[in-house]
Design a protein around this ligand. Structure first.
Ligand code: SF4
Length: 319
């Protein structure tokens, strides 16, 4: 058998798993009428197609959901404006609204709200167009919330601080960002900040006296998936990362594997595997983002097993 190691925490995180279960359960209970899900529940086309086959309708905007419709909100968290739009359509919690927001995203919202209430100008390390950052920003200053996307952009943060002059500043992170990236961003800011340093504020937010603070809001499932890459990079000749093209956490895994200098590929399905990648490779590593189902990981592992023998020889390069 070829030496294939699948990362310990590859695939669905508990938040995504729970959201899928909620959607399936709600659709099952109400099979005579459609169940609406706002946004992509999971960044995987096959999973979405399976759910559509069960009577679930996906829409990108709350305005597309009909009055009084059975509705599920995904794990990523929604801005308060979404709840307002739904309420106007008589879609409410405890009635026809099923909110599958991940508790770890709700935690970030609560952290943002409490920091703001305690006089902090809250900035987000996250992706401008990611639903989670958009949702969190609506608890702050909406579209005017300062979001920094890249670990290399410490100068943008410093410019913002210099231009604004608030009493206190805090940084929080989207749950799926790079742990090392967040650390680098804070270190770079601190190396250039003239009038203080960003210090960690514990997640319980007991001490809110620091002038500059950051809270570690990257979720544990994201951290586990990222540290699995550290392990795979130790002895694997090649790492295959499976994940949706829109999946922030999957892209972070791929970037991290590449940073280690291990030959790595980012794929969405087993069909994309190419035999030539495996020539001379004896030890194969596989990992997958939080929106990748187990069956997809198994399919990739099975296909690789059929491509190489136990000496790392590609069995038939022509097929
Ligand atoms: S990635 Fe983290 S925060 Fe997002 S749904 Fe999964 S567990 Fe929740």
């Amino acid at each position: 058998m070829p030496d294939i190691k699948v990362a310990k925490h590859a695939g669905f995180c508990f938040g995504v798993k729970k959201a899928i279960e909620v959607a399936e359960e709600v659709a099952g209970k109400n099979s005579g009428q459609p169940t609406y899900v706002l946004g992509q529940l999971v960044h995987n086309e096959r999973v979405i197609k399976n759910l559509e086959d069960k009577g679930i309708i996906f829409v990108d905007n709350a305005s597309e959901i009909p009055q009084n419709a059975i509705t599920v909100l995904r794990a990523h968290g929604e801005p308060c404006t979404t709840y307002q739009v739904l309420e106007q359509k008589s879609i409410t919690q405890g009635n026809n609204l099923n909110d599958a927001t991940c508790p770890l995203v709700t935690l970030v919202h609560n952290v943002a709200i409490k920091l703001k209430q305690n006089g902090y100008e809250v900035m987000i390390f996250g992706k401008h167009d990611h639903p989670e950052s958009i949702g969190t920003s609506y608890h702050l200053k909406g579209k005017d919330t300062f979001i920094v996307e890249h670990a290399e952009d410490s100068d943008l943060v410093l410019d913002y601080i210099n231009k604004t002059n608030y009493e206190k500043y805090a940084l929080i992170s989207q749950t799926t960002m790079s742990v090392l990236g967040y650390k680098k961003l804070i270190e770079d800011i601190n190396s250039k900040l003239m009038n203080g340093k960003f210090e960690e504020i514990a997640l319980n937010l007991r001490d809110l006296t620091k002038k500059f603070g950051y809270v570690d809001t990257i979720c544990n499932p994201t951290k586990q998936r990222q540290s699995d890459i550290d392990e795979l990079a130790q002895d694997r000749d090649i790492i295959i990362v499976i994940g949706g093209l829109n999946s922030s956490n999957s892209k972070e895994l791929y970037a991290k594997a590449r940073e280690y200098g291990v030959e790595s590929y980012f794929i969405q399905s087993a069909e994309q595997l190419q035999k030539r990648w495996f020539i001379g490779k004896e030890k194969i590593g596989i990992t997958a983002g939080a929106s990748t189902p187990d069956y997809l990981i198994d399919e990739v592992a099975d296909k690789i097993s059929g491509i190489i023998d136990d000496k790392g020889q590609v069995i038939n390069l022509k097929n």
